[in-house]
Design a protein around this ligand. Sequence first.
Ligand SMILES: [Zn+2]
Length: 430
Amino acid sequence: MKRSIWLRTTALLGGTLIFSVLSAQNFDALFLRRTLRMDYIHSGSSGKSEISLYRLVEEPFWGGPVKNLIDTFNYGECMVKMFDLNTNALLYSRGFSTLYNEWLTTPQARTEVFAFEESVLLPFPREKVKVVLYQRDSNQEFQPLFSTVIDPGSLSIIRDQLPAYSSGTITGEGLAENTLDIVILPEGYTSAEKDKFIKDATRFAENLLSWAPYRDLRNEIRIRYVFAPSDESGTDIPGDTIWKRTLFDTHFYTFGTERYLSVKNIWKMHDVASVVPYDAVCVLVNTTKYGGGGIFNFYTVCTADNKASYFVFCHEFGHAFAGLADEYFDSEVAYEGFYNLEKEPWEPNITTLVHFERKWKDMLEPETPVPTPPSDQYKNKVGVFEGGGYMAKGIYRPWINCSMRGVVNDGFCPVCRRAITRMVHFVSDH
Ligand SMILES: [Zn+2]
């Protein structure tokens, strides 16, 4: 306990110092414009989580910002921080969530131990650094889970040449640090289906940019694809005993939910993505089945050919990119007590009203009652409507039916739009 308090105090001091002076020149003094990727196993059960380092990889580009290096959002179930080894100054931090953190909320996690691949992306340091991974405890406080010292000159950092995967820009221009760089990757496309993948990736990129607020932020967004073939077309559908040999080993029926599609081979996913600079990875799965998934600062995964696929892609990308919560509470996905009602959840678009002033209180009209009745009178108004985050009581959402609640195309509510806009500005150094 003592150790965690010390770490947090140091982090705050370091953060203030660095944040006030950082510029692109400072970035180049501290970092190379490459990525240091840390691949590790996140394992455990609801009682105990563990991180085991697997390898360090040098990726050839840095897709992230060069000024906004300190996370100002505090989103996610986990946080990575990089400290200068000598001064302990905080050099870099980013919040994120993982599939492991979702697994912790399932009943199996009470009795079984399970392991997941994960990666964090860091700007490549010029000098030795300390990297610490944190995970939230039941009070939502970040507690340190793992710490390591990294010597950038170490012979153990993997510096393999990348495979000759073909890549291209679908839309946008500009430097990686001045844009949100999205990379769309293929899953379950064979070599013969390369043209289909590029067409599919282009369709999804254009559709995303047709939704508010992305359409007004086009100048800050660049979308690329990388192509790498799978042996077979499609993906695993365990409930139908369909199994396919694919690049990232995606599958439906994650945690027993048919439509929940997830990625198993996280490290391979990053290997393929690293051909280009990227902030956000989206995996397009070559099937007509309905489904997808999105985890904050981890990945977006979605099927290519279902009639609701455009909606699913934008909804899941809302989770993965902007940390948005599900605003629904009336579906088969009913996690038991998913949110602690005595705490304010970290997601920007739901509230327990514990610290509503940190959320969208400033966007309410003065005469709007709290909570707000879901009546026609408040149909197109920002309010505080009960139900959200898989819970019918005690959690409130800002809009009656936003795209984070139901199948509504181009229907992000003003609160979600603001959260997305802030994140686009952050990763593009605006
Ligand atoms: Zn919303």
